[in-house]
Ligand binder design. Sequence first.
Ligand code: CP
Length: 349
Amino acid sequence: MNGWQHRHIIDLASFSSEDYAAVLELAERFRSLPVTGARKLPALQGRLVATLFFEPSTRTRSSFELAAKRLSADVMSFSPSSSSLSKGESVLDTARTYVAMGADVLVVRHRSTAVPEQLARDLDAAGERTVVLNGGDGLHSHPSQGLLDLFTLARHFAPDHPSPEALQGKRIAIVGDILHSRVARSNLWALTACGADVVLCGPPSLLPDDFSAFVESPPPGQSFDPVAQRGTIRVERKLERALPGVDAVMTLRLQKERMGQQLLTSLSRYHRDYGLSHDRLKLCGQLVPVLHPGPVNRGVEMTSALLDDLSICLVEEQVRNGVPTRMALLYLMAAAESAAEPSLVSRSS
Ligand code: CP
């Protein structure tokens, strides 16, 4: 855990191989610890975590709140519809209100790209010690989802030792609405950093050609790449070309709320061309796991039969892994702030 440099967590572009290893190692430890019910870890005792979700969420918000509680933090959540936003209060003033109440961590989701980063800058400029964790901003980034997906894949490929090396040389297909997906962008940084080769597949309206150059080395705004060697990215238009030989398939929700124009002729045509089913997966040439960040449009991104087949579909496993992954992030942020590493010994509350 030494060497953790991230005060705020906004995206994964600056994550090093050691950072991924630290998150996965801690997530695996937290996953196997008996911290359910009354048993908790004292690591964040006395700390206050506020979840400021200006956009709807089921998984990310609940998962962060549960993760914080399992580390003994106090948790405050915020509901935009019943907040003073409706009286014209700004996002920054809302955040500063929670900081004034003593929040140590703000987990922020917003429909506009860069809101979490701007909040982090404003808090730093004001000399506040509160840290910001991006819970998903616009099309930009969803770092905790990228990390829990990485953890899920690493556990699948190497159940006894889920580390970044488990992804080395693996081929992962990401299918669907990549243009509107912050999850895809975070996964591209994480998977290539761990040496996986990514095949993107979707229609041109949802997957521009230049996504093959999405990951830059060094990453934007950095003088060097914190990762020694990254995997590759390839763009394909047809599942028949994308799926053969892959080790896992991730499909993405069609983000109708972010589509400003008619980008698809019809959902049934999309399902015909890009929907996953047991039959379609035969193109892979081997039995491979299917991931989806959720929520799923049943019968669009994949058939209901595939979604409910837990021997192939890891959607519930991803949700399960979200809690220890977010515990790892909260722990690392707290450890970076403390003179001594917070305790990992569990206690009964
Ligand atoms: N995967 C994800 O971000 O889900 P929620 O929108 O439910 O948080």
